[in-house]
Design a protein. Sequence first.
Length: 217
Amino acid sequence: MNLILLGAPGAGKGTQAELLSEQLHIPSISTGNMLREAIRKETQLGKQVKQLMDDGQLVPDELILSIVAERTAQNDCKNGFILDGVPRTLSQAKALDAKGLQIDHVVSIEIDDDMIELRMTGRRVCEKCGASYHITANPTKVEGICDLCGGETVQRKDDAPETVRKRLAIYHESTEVLKEYYLGQQKLRLVDGKGSIEETFAGILAAIGEKYDHNQK
């Protein structure tokens, strides 16, 4: 099964992609994770992408599509894959179709902008070890100090309120048109993302015709 996950920044696509990967035994392909790894290693690509992400801008189509095409051609994708973070624009979606990438279901995780902003602006990350926290949902025991290594926890620049609003505006302008595109292909599945992680996951499985395995961790 080949899946695409749609949803605004902070809608929980990454978390749901990991759960789906375990349930369906297919890899989750996160363009965001691949790009952040390039940033961490300070490659030429990473430096270029960091500036774009810090400014809340999208990475150019040709760069994203080349990464995706290379990744989906690997052996572990023979039985299916989950795309998280791509396509983000109509041109990307059409380019994927033109490359012959067969998609079975497109799942859109639906959640209000106000809730997205609360989720994202509350996120904190440890500068030393990279551990993730949230000031209300998953706070550190001591404010501003990582539980694991004692490093300082900070707000990433792309989680700052002004950047979050900018990213949401870009999402609504560029990405939401994908719903109409995939609705026309009868592949779009809308799932309520306001509930718990487990509720959202169960909703996704129901939408794509899979039974929920309660023993799945």
